[in-house]
Design a protein around this ligand. Structure first.
Ligand SMILES: C[S@@+](CC[C@H](N)C(=O)[O-])C[C@H]1O[C@@H](n2cnc3c(N)ncnc32)[C@H](O)[C@@H]1O
Length: 234
């Protein structure tokens, strides 16, 4: 039986808000890793700033539990808000037939949407420039048995042709952090830089996507996460 107080005390190297969060996480999910990790090993890796999600290979995204490792960004709370807002929009529209999740990473957005919209005739596309990220997305899509709903496409979104699409919408959480911004060790050391940094100003990729969307008449609506977790809808 895991002792909450004992774990909490051993996490004294963490800031207070993380101690409670991580104690709960360890107690909730330890059974998933105990065959390969001891509590002591977990504490050592946390001390080295490794995110708990990579240690457990597990991230919560709303009701979804996703496999993650250092090939993908750990899904964030702000992105769940983006997914929820997109879901609200799609649920209110009869004529959305396709959703492009640009920069799919772990597949969190596409999986969250496709899982909630299983009874709708919508094709989801998870697009990413990183083959490594798509391998992780594929693990999650298979786990959720969504292979017939979500197709993965390995490409730079800048090479995509929007002209051939119809009744499509876009949800995108592309990298938006300026290259020179200092990040906490747990992020800089472990998360893939291709998922974090968007260029000198940070917004270069998002601006390119916006320009592509503006030129296309086939995209119904787009939901994009930008810096500070803000969401723009166009
Ligand atoms: C901020 S992460 C988002 C991952 C996931 N959607 C999430 O919200 O957790 C950005 C993703 O965009 C991908 N990416 C970066 N540049 C890209 C490009 N030019 N075309 C397609 N994907 C790109 C990265 O590989 C990464 O997986």
């Amino acid at each position: 039986m895991l002792d909450f107080l004992d774990i909490y005390k051993k996490l004294d190297f963490l800031p207070e808000y993380l101690r409670v969060q991580y104690t709960n996480f360890i107690i909730k999910y330890f059974h998933k890793v105990e065959y390969r990790l001891t509590l002591e090993e977990i504490f050592v890796r946390l001390k080295a700033d490794e995110p708990i999600e990579y240690i457990f290979n597990l991230a919560e995204f709303g009701e979804c539990q996703l496999y993650v490792d250092n090939r993908v960004l750990i899904p964030r709370q702000e992105t769940l808000e983006l997914a929820k807002l997109s879901l609200e929009y799609i649920a209110s529209q009869d004529n959305v037939r396709c959703v492009l999740d640009i920069g799919t990473g772990s597949g969190c957005i596409a999986i969250y949407l496709a899982d909630q919209l299983r009874d709708r005739d919508i094709s989801f596309y998870g697009i990413d420039i990183s083959k490594d990220a798509l391998d992780v997305a594929n693990i999650n899509i298979t786990e959720y048995k969504l292979q017939n709903k979500i197709k993965l496409i390995h490409t730079d979104f800048r090479d995509l042709e929007f002209e051939n699409l119809s009744d499509c919408m876009i949800v995108a959480n592309l990298p938006y952090i300026p290259n020179s911004r200092k990040l906490p060790n747990s992020v800089y050391k472990y998360e893939p830089h291709i998922a974090l940094f968007g260029g000198m100003n940070g917004d270069e990729l998002i601006t390119e996507l916006l320009n592509k969307i503006k030129k296309s008449e086939n995209i119904k609506r787009s939901f994009l996460e930008i810096d500070n977790g803000e969401i723009i809808v166009i």
